[in-house]
Design a protein around this ligand. Sequence first.
Ligand code: NAP
Length: 167
Amino acid sequence: MNAIVAVDKNWGIGRDGELLVHIPGDMKFFREKTTGKNIIIGRKTLESFPDGRPLPDRHNIVLTSNDRYAIDGCTVCCGVEALMRLLGKFADDSIFVCGGESVYRLLLPYVDTIWITKIDKEFEADKHFPNLDKDEDFEAVWESEPMEHKGTGYRFLKYERKQNEDE
Ligand SMILES: NC(=O)c1ccc[n+]([C@@H]2O[C@H](COP(=O)([O-])OP(=O)(O)OC[C@H]3O[C@@H](n4cnc5c(N)ncnc54)[C@H](OP(=O)(O)O)[C@@H]3O)[C@@H](O)[C@H]2O)c1
């Protein structure tokens, strides 16, 4: 399965329940990658979306421990077992882990491809993604040209889980 995330220079991803910065080019990249796909989000990330509504044109799967949680337009999964049962119905490459921190950390062991927007700035973040440049299991396999929005530089990278040499 895939993950997709925007990180700052310190792998920060959010603060006070919100994104660190809004970059239209990053939003477009996210939309292009995830439209028509199955996206997995934590309950807090769902509630950070406009009006707490699921993202359109995608199958929104929300992870929560609250078995009474219900929200129109979302499939709710109470725990990892229920999530994995559901994900078994979908093609692996149609699944995108979309955060936040707790959900990225929980599902990273199942992820093979990660689309990262690296924002060339430092923010005061209270949520982080694991530093993939220090993770021996992953390597960057593609990088876009650098881009800029209102003085903030950013670029897209694709990381892949390294193949086991015995395979
Ligand atoms: N930069 C990016 O690309 C990006 C992307 C997404 C989010 N973010 C940011 O990340 C931050 C939110 O991250 P977060 O870690 O605080 O919250 P989160 O991962 O979005 O949601 C946490 C919630 O998910 C549920 N959950 C997590 N693990 C679970 C498990 N094993 N079983 C059942 N439920 C589980 C729990 O919901 P209940 O409490 O209901 O049980 C938990 O409180 C925000 O600042 C957001 O803007 C950034």
